[in-house]
Design a protein around this ligand. Structure first.
Ligand code: COA
Length: 332
């Protein structure tokens, strides 16, 4: 029986034109460039215009990924869109992306697993290809998180930004693709990162709508920080062990871009050379499910990421959830 592997053949990204710097934020809330840079490493982030929706950003990144892969949208077999900030709760944003791309009427679904959603989606898309059930799978991470931010809350509004990243996975018989993974969730920490409003717990009705903070992202930064540092280090070791590899075998770690301190802590604990960690959080902030494909796409275009390499993705986020996966890029 033919063995199928899921190779990464296309990468695309989109960031809105408008850039919001730390100095801009200091005019809105009681903060400073010095505080934001020293606590998070973030210097600026991109913010979508009023006319843009999350599906527009997802479609823009996807078009670039499809062009690089030389795959026509009509040749996609499956579309998975990871997001926690969709255009609407109904319909699923994935169907809007499918329509905007002019893809065929293929299966499309939205995956919600916090910031690690895109890593979850990469594992699922790869599994479909490895099982021989799909040839071309589009895996998108897109977030228009600024619309969920309270720009009077300095503890959250300085940390996040809007962007999208997309990957085309394609079946090949060359050994490559997903080498190992770990997906995890611990709902006992759900309160630490939450937007309460708009679900069954707090539907948007006259009697519930008054409490401002319920309609924005709330975060217990210290608890998330502790969880993130622990899980990032543990899951990196776990996927290496599962693949029978060591850090010496890995070309780059592409971590979730939430905070430079978390990335540096994980690199220190793993005794990884800092240059093996791909980081662009300073220019985009935390773009949630978009952050890893965005960072990978930039690193591909500046020549760091190349065919034949082994990459580790590692993420954590609301749920609380975490995910790590090792991918090998096929040689041409
Ligand atoms: N500007 C200035 N001061 C701020 C501020 C801001 N933007 N945000 C918070 N502060 C203040 C706090 O009010 C607090 O003041 P106090 O001591 O008078 O109460 C002080 O800074 C220290 O706050 P603290 O929460 O201890 O800071 P910290 O060192 O833990 O850093 C985070 C805060 C949010 C940067 C850090 O906890 C973090 O990165 N957590 C993880 C967040 C994350 O990754 N989330 C996404 C998950 S996907």
């Amino acid at each position: 029986m033919t063995q199928h592997y899921a190779n990464i053949v296309g990468l695309g990204m989109y960031a809105p034109e408008k850039v919001l710097t730390n100095a801009d934020l200091a005019k809105i809330v009681d903060t400073s460039d010095e505080w934001i840079v020293s606590r998070s490493g973030i210097r600026e982030r991109h913010i979508a215009s009023d006319k843009e929706q999350c599906s527009d950003m997802a479609a823009a990144a996807s078009r670039d990924a499809l062009a690089m892969a030389n795959v026509d949208p009509s040749d996609l077999d499956l579309i998975i869109v990871a997001t926690s900030s969709p255009d609407n709760h109904v319909p699923p944003m994935s169907s809007l992306v499918q329509d905007k791309l002019g893809a065929g009427n293929v299966g499309a679904y939205t995956l919600v697993a916090g910031c690690p959603g895109w890593v979850y989606a990469m594992v699922q898309g790869s599994a479909m290809i490895q099982a021989g059930l799909a040839k071309n799978v589009l895996v998108v991470g897109a977030e228009l998180i600024s619309r969920y931010l309270d720009f009077t809350d300095r503890a959250t509004c300085v940390l996040f930004g809007d962007a999208a990243g997309a990957v085309v996975l394609q079946a090949t018989d060359k050994p490559c693709g997903l080498l190992s993974y770990e997906l995890g969730s611990d709902g006992s920490g759900a309160e630490h990162l939450k937007m309460k409003g708009c679900g069954t717990e707090l539907p948007p009705r006259e009697d519930t709508i008054g409490n401002r903070e319920d309609w924005y992202l709330q975060m217990n930064g210290r608890e998330v920080f502790k969880f993130a540092t622990r899980k990032m280090v543990d899951s990196l070791h776990s996927v290496l062990e599962k693949a029978d590899l060591t850090f010496d075998d890995i070309d780059y770690v592409v971590p979730h871009q939430a905070n430079m301190r978390i990335i540096e802590y994980a690199a220190g604990k793993a005794k990884l050379a800092p240059e093996k960690m791909i980081a662009n959080v300073s220019n985009y902030g935390n773009t949630s499910a978009a952050s890893i494909p965005l960072a990978m796409c930039e690193a591909y275009h500046d020549g760091r990421i190349k065919p034949g390499q082994k990459l580790v993705f590692s993420s954590f986020g609301a749920g609380l959830t975490w995910a790590a996966a090792i991918f090998e890029l096929a040689t041409p």
